[in-house]
Write a protein that binds this ligand. Structure first.
Ligand code: CTP
Length: 390
């Protein structure tokens, strides 16, 4: 049975494309952060793979690319918004580029041997019309999309030079209805004809599809090329007048603190789980274990360097005496801690303090098998044995 890999196939246009392919008899491998809602597509016709493009899973895509039955790849996952540049937190910039550009190109690299081969392979990516011209009020999104559309344009020439008929289709629409991406609800019936159109272009192995090109976007692009500045001013005002700006804060900032002596799997579990629940993780490191009446083996600066090198951590800071003081500095939305702190005087106090500040305290299961204290004890006992042996 022919199989298709749809990255972002649980929602929006990705879901509509999945449905259209299933109706044509394909089996669909859906990659995404959430499963499609039950009953929307027949459960026997697809398999769901958890994938977060901010935490790239090379193994998953490698496995899918190695499956000879997979003959089509469609990448529809994407994020971005209409907002002034200053409304973007640096974590949001990172997320937009990771999802729309870097991870998308990585997936294409992993499938590239299949695309470059002489066998039929169909590939499509959701670009955006904003990748083809300046987009004030969507500057970060436009920059990320410009990256992907330029990449596709370039690599299609390499494919042609390589002698294959396969191409990568760049689908570059403007606003379209029926997708949650633009704030509405997923509406598959509205998107079905668009999904069919996209698939026709994918199966024809074309290189670019700009919906409504003849009637609208040919002229829009011409206006942009004639006078980008004039076009940009108009475009900015148009977005403003249509009330589409969303300058609200979009990222979830997380905070946690600890001593992190003798870095171990309990620490790593905590950091990983925390990063899964925020966009930007700040970790405060205590300068010593004195407050717990414990000695530390690893110097403060080294413990900070180790935490800073962990891929789940965005920023390392010196901890404050209290996590409530740290909030004055970092204005985090979530405070993470191991469940060993639940019910302690310190956290009961924090629960009260944060109750009216919109800060959620998240307790993660304490990893029972280890702790810095256990490691210290084991090492000390072993050292004693060695000394006795001598
Ligand atoms: N933590 C955890 N599981 C462990 C150890 C620590 O979830 N096995 C969490 C703690 O709940 C805390 C954070 O990691 O939120 C930092 O804890 P830290 O005091 O540095 O680690 P411990 O190993 O518990 O240190 P010690 O044994 O010295 O108390």
């Amino acid at each position: 049975m022919d199989k298709a890999v749809i990255v972002g196939g649980s929602n929006g246009i990705g879901l509509a494309i999945s449905k259209a392919l299933i109706e044509k008899g394909w089996f669909v491998e859906i990659c995404g952060r959430t499963e499609p809602e039950p009953g929307v597509i027949p459960s026997k016709a697809f398999r769901f793979h958890y994938s977060d493009l901010c935490d790239f899973d090379e193994f998953l895509f490698g496995k899918l690319a190695a499956d000879e039955d997979v003959k089509l790849l469609m990448i529809t996952a994407g994020i971005g918004r209409i907002a002034d540049f200053q409304a973007h937190h640096i974590a949001e910039i990172e997320r937009i580029f990771r999802i729309d550009t870097v991870s998308t190109i990585k997936i294409l690299r992993i499938f590239y041997d299949r695309i470059l081969s002489g066998n039929d392979f169909y590939t499509g990516v959701m670009g955006s019309i904003s990748g083809w011209m300046s987009s004030p009020a969507a500057s970060v999104y436009a920059a990320a999309k410009a990256g992907i559309v330029r990449f596709i344009e370039s690599v299609n020439i390499e494919l042609e030079a390589g002698g294959t008929k396969n191409r990568i289709l760049d689908v570059s629409p403007a606003f379209f209805k029926g997708s949650r991406f633009y704030g509405g609800k997923n509406d598959l019936s509205v998107m079905a004809p668009f999904a069919e159109e996209i698939l026709t272009h994918v199966f024809n192995r074309e290189t670019r599809f700009i919906p409504k090109y003849e009637e609208t976007f040919h002229a829009v692009l011409e206006r942009y090329h004639t006078d980008a500045h004039e076009y940009g001013l108009h475009s900015y005002q148009y977005k403003k007048d249509s009330g589409r700006f969303d300058n609200s804060k979009k990222v979830v900032i997380g905070y946690l603190s600890g001593t992190f002596d003798l870095f171990h799997i309990g620490h790593l579990n905590l950091l990983r789980r925390a990063k899964q629940q925020c966009d930007y993780l700040i970790v405060g490191v205590h300068d010593s274990g004195k407050w717990k009446g414990k000695e530390t083996f690893i110097p403060f600066e080294e413990r900070k360097a180790i935490i800073g090198a962990c891929k789940y951590v965005d920023r390392v800071v010196d901890s404050c005496l209290e996590d409530s003081d740290a909030w004055d500095l970092w204005h985090f939305d979530r405070l993470f801690v191991g469940s060993d702190y639940k019910g302690t005087e310190r956290f009961k106090k924090y629960e009260e303090y944060f109750a009216d500040k919109g800060v959620e305290i998240v307790y993660f299961p304490y990893t029972q098998s280890t702790s810095s204290t256990q490691i210290r004890k084991t090492v000390l006992l072993k050292t004693k044995d060695i000394e006795i042996d001598k």
